[in-house]
Design a protein around this ligand. Structure first.
Ligand SMILES: C[S@@+](CC[C@H](N)C(=O)[O-])C[C@H]1O[C@@H](n2cnc3c(N)ncnc32)[C@H](O)[C@@H]1O
Length: 280
C-alpha cells in the first residue's frame, strides 16, 4: 500500500472472497458500503435486497455529484470499483478513474470491470490526501463511505478542490456525529478499541456537519447539497450483522462494532449524510 494504512476488514473480506464465500461475494463483491432504502419499511432483510439498496446509495451520491455523459470523474477510495462500474453502465463517453490506497482491491476492480465502448476506465494506486493527478483535471470527484479512513479530511478536501476544474463538484457520503455526541466520540472509540484495532482500522467519526461545512469553506468548496439519509440506511444493519458471521475470524468484534453503530444511528447520535460541494 502507498502508506501504512491498515484496514483489517479488507484483509478478512479478501480472504473470504479468495476462498469463494458466496454470501460475502454477493453482499460486498461490488460495493463495500451501506444500503439506502427510500422507504425502510419495505426492506426484506435479504442479501439481494441489500445489494439493490447499496447500488441505490451509489446512484444517489453520483447524482448529487451531477455525474453525466462526457465527464471525467474520479472515485476516491474506490474499493472494488463498484461505483465506477455503475457509472460505466449508466453513462457514455465518460473517463472514469478510481483511486485506492490498497493495490489488492484495485487488482480485483481491474479484473471485474467491463468497460463499455466509448468509455475509459482506469484504476490508480494512491492516497486521497496526496492525489497523483494534475490540477483542475476532473469534472466530478466522488468519495463513497471512505473519508472517515483518511489521515485528514481537511487535506482530502483541499486535494479534491485542487484536482477539480473550476465549477466542478465533489460528492461524498460519510458518518457524522450529532453535535450532542461530539464530546463522546473519543470515549466511545476507546470503549470499542478492539473493533477499531482488529476490524475497522483507522476511522474518525468526529467531524460534525458544521465542521464539514467549515472545512469545505476553508478548502475553497461551497456546500450545495446536504441530505441526512440515516433512517434510509438502517435496514443495512441486520443484513450486515448476519453476513459478517461468514468471516473466518473476528466475528465477535465485527458484529459488536456494527451493533454499536446501529444503536448510535437509531438514537440519532450518528448520522449518515450525503454532501456535495462546488469548487468556487
Ligand atoms: C468502506 S470502503 C468503500 C469502498 C468504495 N467507495 C465503495 O463504496 O464500495 C473504504 C475504502 O477507502 C479506501 N481507503 C482508505 N484509506 C484511503 C486513502 N487514504 N486513500 C485512498 N483510499 C483509501 C479503502 O481501501 C476502501 O476501498
Amino acid at each position: 500500500m502507498s502508506r501504512a494504512v491498515v484496514l483489517p476488514y479488507f484483509d478478512l473480506l479478501l480472504e473470504a472472497l479468495g476462498r469463494g464465500n458466496p454470501v460475502l461475494a454477493a453482499a460486498f463483491g461490488r460495493h463495500v458500503h451501506w444500503g439506502y432504502w427510500p422507504d425502510p419499511g419495505v426492506a426484506d432483510g435479504s442479501v439481494a435486497d441489500f445489494v439493490a439498496a447499496a447500488e441505490r446509495l451509489c446512484v444517489r451520491v453520483c447524482d448529487a455529484g451531477g455525474a453525466r455523459d462526457g465527464q471525467r470523474i474520479l472515485d476516491v477510495g474506490c474499493g472494488f470499483g463498484g461505483t465506477l462500474m455503475s457509472l460505466n453502465e449508466r453513462f457514455s463517453s465518460v473517463e472514469l478513474v478510481g483511486l485506492n490506497i490498497d493495490p489488492r482491491q484495485l487488482e480485483r476492480a481491474r479484473r471485474d470491470v467491463q468497460v463499455r465502448p466509448g468509455n475509459r476506465v482506469d484504476f490508480q494506486e494512491g492516497d486521497a490526501c496526496r492525489m497523483p493527478f494534475p490540477d483542475a483535471w476532473f469534472d466530478v470527484v466522488l468519495a463513497i463511505e471512505c473519508a472517515f479512513h483518511f489521515e485528514s479530511r481537511a487535506r482530502f478536501l483541499a486535494e479534491a478542490r485542487r484536482v477539480l476544474r473550476p465549477g466542478g463538484r465533489l460528492a461524498l457520503c460519510d458518518f457524522v456525529p450529532a453535535p450532542v455526541m461530539a464530546p463522546f466520540v473519543a470515549p466511545s472509540k476507546r470503549m470499542l478499541r478492539a473493533y477499531f484495532e482488529r476490524f475497522s482500522g483507522q476511522s474518525d467519526f468526529s467531524t460534525t456537519l458544521d465542521r464539514y461545512r467549515a472545512l469545505g469553506r476553508e478548502a475553497g468548496l461551497s456546500p450545495v447539497h446536504e441530505e441526512d439519509i440515516t433512517r434510509g440506511t438502517l435496514p443495512t444493519y441486520p443484513v450486515v450483522r448476519r453476513v459478517l458471521r461468514e468471516l473466518d475470524r473476528e466475528v465477535g468484534v465485527a458484529v459488536a462494532g456494527a451493533a454499536a453503530m446501529e444503536l448510535a444511528s437509531r438514537l440519532g447520535l450518528l448520522r449518515y449524510v450525503i454532501l456535495a460541494f462546488d469548487r468556487r
